[in-house]
Design a protein around this ligand. Structure first.
Ligand code: FAD
Length: 470
């Protein structure tokens, strides 16, 4: 439909990077078309990522609470059972509602939506094989590549999405596996491992590195791992997967110590491969127009998200930086602000990261290990939720807040929270760090009582002075 009319902005990819860029561009008065091959907007995040995983994390947590925590709160249940199809249906409905919501936003903002696979004909022309079998050329003065990322497998492992699954298959297993092996102890592996563990699977996480989630602050990581182990998640660290054999009934996994040594065989009903994600640019014909990528296939851009080819931009998972939905959205807004002649800004050092397990782990800024490595002198302030009245009242007192601030100026350099609601609590710290606040700034702000946010205030007090409640 947009056919040969010239657009100001054409966005390839309708994920959180692409759809947000398209809406923002339209809001800035630019004529905008967004091309998406999936047939649904929202990208990886909404269709097979952030949203469905959080739906299942919540449902499985409710089940787990009903089984293990309700009685302690004086709520007796005769029996608790899982209705897996109903659980998966609630997840699918949430996704469906949200993707339609974005279509609605496109209509409201007059973004033209083309359903199909886009590839470059020239730096301002995209040929689209449409989902209904047609072909159209979409022209634009500025073209933004927002094609995101895809699952990365490991050498010798073929993902069949039944017995050997990626995160996508792990979001819709037809039954609860008795034994689940997760390859890779990153955010996604731990989240999906938690889902199935709560629903009854025996979960073993195999990780090549010496630690789970290497980007996490070490002290927090240790407590986090202990907490997951208490939930019966098993870890085999410094372990290399040699081969995976799915020819029999279940799956046989041959592993060996990362430093070399004797091989052992593990058995599972389902193996989840969550060994990272890789930028997705296949079929785009980037080479044809000469867009430069790095060794990992990520598109190289400058601070305006412009590639080496004039008029061609890239944002989100397909460029270097944290592979997170909110980072992709920030990229999208800043990119179109530059296109519209305004200024945009994204500071990748201040992007929060959240692992949505129970408890959640959320962080922003530097870890203690990074500060040591950079030779920065810092102070540490900590406050455990065991000493927080709200956390005790609701019997959810696992975890702590840890603040790292510059030793001389007291400027906050990093904040790390482990708590059931850390993903919400972190934003006070994100705001503080973005405004170059000191720990005293947080400590002197009145926080409502009784809230878990008070733990952040107390940790801030502990950073430059003394906390009250411990
Ligand atoms: P994508 O979301 O990957 O979107 C790209 C879109 O482009 C896709 O829909 C694709 O179909 C389309 N496309 C690609 N090529 C073409 C083409 N040639 N023509 C037309 N369309 C094309 N991040 C978080 O921040 N929080 C989380 O809790 C979280 N949980 C996750 C859980 C899982 C299981 C997974 C897999 C990821 C999770 N992520 C999470 C990461 C998050 O999904 C990504 O960072 C985010 O989706 C990146 O957005 P994007 O717009 O760059 O790319």
């Amino acid at each position: 439909s947009s056919g040969s009319d010239e657009n100001d902005v054409v966005v390839i990819g309708g994920g959180p990077g692409g759809y947000v860029a398209a809406i923002k561009a339209a809001q800035l008065g630019l004529k905008t078309t967004c091309i998406e091959k999936r047939g649904a907007l929202g990208g990886t995040c909404l269709n097979v990522g952030c949203i469905p995983s959080k739906a299942l994390l919540h449902s499985s947590h409710m089940y787990h609470e009903a089984k293990h925590a309700f009685a302690h709160h004086g709520i007796k249940l005769a029996s608790v059972e899982i209705d897996l199809p109903a659980m998966l249906a609630q997840k699918d409905n949430a996704v469906k509602g949200l993707t339609r919501g974005i279509e609605g936003l496109f209509k409201k903002n007059k973004v033209t939506y083309v359903k199909g696979y886009g590839k470059f004909l020239s730096p301002n022309e995209v040929s689209v094989e449409t989902i209904d079998g047609g072909n159209t050329v979409v022209k634009g003065k500025h073209i933004i590549v927002a094609t995101g990322s895809d699952v990365k497998s490991l050498p010798g492992i073929t993902i069949d999405e039944k017995k050997i699954v990626s995160s996508t298959g792990a979001l819709s297993l037809s039954e609860v596996p008795k034994k689940l092996i997760v390859i890779g102890a990153g955010y996604i592996g731990l989240e999906m491992g938690s889902v199935w563990g709560r629903l009854g699977s025996e979960v073993t996480v195999v990780e090549f590195a010496a630690d789970i989630v290497p980007s996490m602050d070490g002290e927090i990581r240790k407590q986090f791992q202990r907490s997951l182990e208490k939930q019966k998640m098993k870890f085999m660290l410094k372990t290399k997967v040699v081969s995976v054999d799915a020819s029999g009934d279940g799956v046989k996994l041959t592993v060996e110590p990362a430093e070399g040594g004797d091989q052992t065989t593990l058995e599972a009903d389902v193996v989840l491969v969550s060994a990272g994600r890789t930028p997705f640019t296949s079929g785009l014909d980037l080479e044809k127009i000469g867009v430069e990528t790095d060794k990992g296939g990520r598109i190289l851009v400058n601070e305006r998200f412009l590639t080496n080819v004039s008029g061609v931009y890239a944002i989100g998972d397909v460029i270097p930086g944290p592979m997170l939905a909110h980072k992709a959205e920030e990229d999208g807004v800043a990119c179109v602000e530059f296109i519209a002649g305004k200024h945009g800004h994204v500071d990748y050092d201040k992007v929060p990261g959240v692992c949505y397990t129970h408890p959640e782990v959320a962080s922003v800024g530097k870890t203690e290990e990074q500060l040591k490595k950079d030779g920065v002198s810092y102070r540490v302030g900590k406050f455990p939720f065991m000493a927080n009245s709200r956390a005790k009242a609701i019997d959810n007192a696992e975890g702590l807040v840890k603040i790292l601030a510059d030793k001389e100026t007291d400027k906050i350099l990093g904040v790390h929270i482990m708590s059931p609601n850390a993903g919400e609590l972190i934003h006070e710290a994100v705001l503080a760090i973005n405004y170059d606040a000191s720990s005293e700034d947080i400590a002197r702000v009145c926080h409502a009582h009784p809230t878990m946010s008070e733990a952040l205030k107390e940790a801030a007090m502990a950073t430059y002075d003394k906390p009250i409640h411990i």
